[in-house]
Design a protein around this ligand. Structure first.
Ligand SMILES: [Cu+2]
Length: 666
């Protein structure tokens, strides 16, 4: 590049940066929007005490690694589902039963950045079976069961770094996908970063997802070294295709802010995954090295297991003609969204002045006509004009994501101009716009990325909240805004603070899952090797320096509740079973000085806490979940003696259990 061109490029980059700052400053200084809320907003979001919300909304926690479940329209927080981060509140990732879920080839990874919840689908419509969500840092995909609101399975994605375009599902949830945000050497190895263009590649992963407990990598597609950002499956006529945005088609490896903003157009990768399946069946995919973990919860014991797997089937597009085409797309595209009919593929070009919409019909014709402008690493690039359905003119600044109401309208979030823009599919005219507070990222309409949107509400998820709530120091909770989209004009109804970063969300009518909720686990079906079904089954056993204690919890006592014979240097594992058989009757367990977390015990479940006492003494333990009138009486003691002490291992257990213990001790 000539010095003059470099300089003008830098100026252009600086101008964009200044514009962003100025525009942000303008939006952030806007007066609070009391006047924008119409008089009947309160009645539209009021859910009377004891009444239920109309929708469940599942909002990712971003850098909290979790999912928060809210009721809509009230915005009431119903639950936090821990997924990728340890959760001291209930012992997830601390107790022995759930720790294996965090196993990866990098070791135990107790945190991640969860971005995109995706509901499982049948025939392109959310079906309420499962929720998937991606880990953005150490690429993984989790499955959450929607009868228990618990994480049941986590699959690691190999040959990837930054699993951002994930875990979007195919219309039948046969596959969930993960595309690497960061291109890396594949397989990853020690090379100079300067060798980016020679050595760095992207991968698109298709993982099977329709068999609980059996998620696995079906195949990967090796792609040019761009940054892959988001994806969505085709539907209806475009069923069998998947669309992924990419930026950094410049393949810059430094100062991407400027160096990856050079090209006027980057690409959407249109992937024919039915064709990929054919190539795999025909042996055209190569066996590629990979190591990854698959972790899942055994249904009856409720204990997570880990399995290390190796090898993947890797498709090189050059060996599988017709598997990938590139759609040129202005400019540094972010979101890619397919309308309910499956015909329109909408991109959000972060730096584009229009919202470009591709036509699936035209895409097929362009492929048949070989309307290619060039190839990139063997991938044909279709001509923009040959695939373009239309462009939404002057939509605002910084289009990111689009969802649909099922009535012929699309809604696009505009990050820089902090607004939602409503436009008409087919005519591409903007028909309404509403400000958001502030810097909206994703937006969500229940079912709004499916074949059947329930288009009554829209939720804006905003990155910056300043001045919207009572101030809480330098950091404010991020925020969601509920917007009524049932009429011609969008109406702001409600702001509510969220947990972590509400990156993206999904929602469905509550009626689809509320009757399916598990109320307690049946003790008779608990196959944990540490289950204690009654007081007479409790006991203690020593094996070398390990001491296992089997206990029950029931209103309002533990049994046993006095334990002696533990020594400094022992590893003590408390296995506590909550033998209540009633809905929402939980107990907890914590012991003095424990370097771990509490246990929370759902009715009928067994959970295990590892404790390594360091000094002699007597240590109380107690129930942490307020359970009954005599909750404060729900306590006990464990005596710790010096190493080598002759204090006998004992507990106030039943005679039968004591006889068994005495037998074991011989
Ligand atoms: Cu209790």
């Amino acid at each position: 590049m000539s010095p003059l061109r470099q300089w003008s490029t830098r100026l252009a980059g600086a101008a964009v940066a200044v514009a962003i700052v100025l525009i942000y400053a303008c939006t952030a200084n806007r007066a609070p929007s009391q006047s924008l809320v119409s008089g009947d907003a309160a009645s539209k979001v009021y859910v009377a005490p004891g009444s239920y919300d109309e929708y469940y909304a599942f909002m990712s926690g971003g850098y909290s690694g979790q999912i928060a479940v809210y009721g809509l329209p009230s915005g009431r927080l119903l639950k936090v589902i821990p997924v990728f981060s340890q959760f001291a509140e209930d012992g997830y990732g601390y107790n022995e039963e759930t720790k294996p879920l965090f196993q990866t080839t990098y070791g135990f990874v107790p945190w991640d950045d969860s971005h995109h919840p995706e509901l499982s689908m049948t025939n392109g419509v959310p079906d309420g079976r499962w929720l998937f969500i991606n880990a953005n840092n150490t690429p993984r995909i989790a499955r959450i069961d929607l009868t228990r609101f618990e994480t049941d399975e986590i699959l690691q994605i190999p040959n990837a770094a930054g699993g951002h375009a994930s875990p979007f599902t195919t219309p039948d949830s046969k596959y969930v996908v993960s595309a690497t945000r960061f291109s890396v050497p594949v397989p990853n190895t020690d090379v100079p970063i300067e060798s980016y263009k020679q050595n760095f590649r992207g991968t698109l992963t298709f993982a099977t997802a329709d068999q609980p407990g059996k998620m696995d990598i079906a195949f990967q597609i090796l792609m040019p070294g761009f940054d892959y950002d988001l994806g969505h499956a085709g539907k209806g006529p475009s069923n069998g295709w998947f669309f992924f945005t990419s930026y950094n088609s410049e393949q810059a490896n430094t100062k991407l802010e400027e160096n990856a903003s050079q090209n006027d157009k980057d690409f959407i990768a249109a992937v024919n995954y039915k064709r990929a399946e054919e190539c795999v069946a025909q042996g055209k995919a190569k066996a590629a090295p990979a190591e990854y973990y698959h972790n899942w919860v055994d249904e009856s014991s409720r204990i997570a297991k880990s399995e290390k797997k190796s090898g993947v089937k890797m498709i090189n597009p050059g060996d599988c003609e017709g598997v990938v085409y590139y759609l040129p797309t202005p400019k540094s595209p972010h979101g890619v969204d397919v309308d309910p009919t499956g015909e329109y593929i909408v991109a959000g070009g972060k730096l584009a002045t229009v919202i470009p919409v591709h036509s699936f019909t035209k895409l097929q014709k362009a492929i048949a006509d070989k309307a290619f402008e060039k190839t990139v690493d063997g991938i044909p690039v279709l001509k923009y004009d040959a695939v373009m359905a239309g462009e939404v003119q002057k939509p605002g600044l910084g289009p990111l994501h689009t969802e649909f109401d099922g009535k012929g309208y699309a809604y696009t979030s505009m990050f820089i101009s902090s607004e939602v823009v409503k436009w008409k599919l087919g005519t591409w005219e903007v028909v309404d716009r509403i400000p958001t507070y502030y810097s909206i990222g994703h937006l969500m309409i229940p079912g709004g990325d499916s074949k059947q949107p329930w288009g009554k509400y829209l939720v804006a998820m905003n990155k910056i909240t300043k001045d919207r709530y009572l101030p809480t120091g330098p950091e404010m909770a991020q925020s969601a805004q509920l917007i009524d989209i049932s009429g011609d004009k969008m109406k702001l109804l409600l702001d509510f603070p969220t947990i972590g970063e509400p990156h993206y969300a999904q929602a469905l009518p509550a009626s689809m899952i509320k009757e399916k909720q598990v109320k307690f686990y049946q003790l008779a079906k608990n196959t944990s090797p540490w289950v204690t079904r009654s007081e007479s089954d409790g006991g203690i056993a020593r094996a070398g320096k390990r001491v296992d204690i089997k206990m029950i919890a029931i209103r309002s006592h533990f049994a046993p509740d006095n334990i002696e014979g533990v020594q400094v240097g022992d590893t003590v594992v408390f296995h506590v079973t909550n033998i209540e058989q009633d809905w929402d009757i939980l107990h907890g367990f914590a012991v003095l000085g424990n370097n771990n977390s509490e246990l929370i015990l759902q009715p009928g479940e067994t959970r295990s806490l590892t404790w390594i006492p360091k000094t002699p003494g007597v240590y109380p333990f107690y129930c942490t979940d307020f359970c009954s009138a005599l909750h404060q009486e729900m306590q006990g003691y464990i005596r710790v003696s010096p190493a080598g002490s002759n204090v006998k291992l004992m507990a106030n257990v039943s005679k039968k259990a004591q006889a068994q213990m005495d037998h074991n001790a011989k």
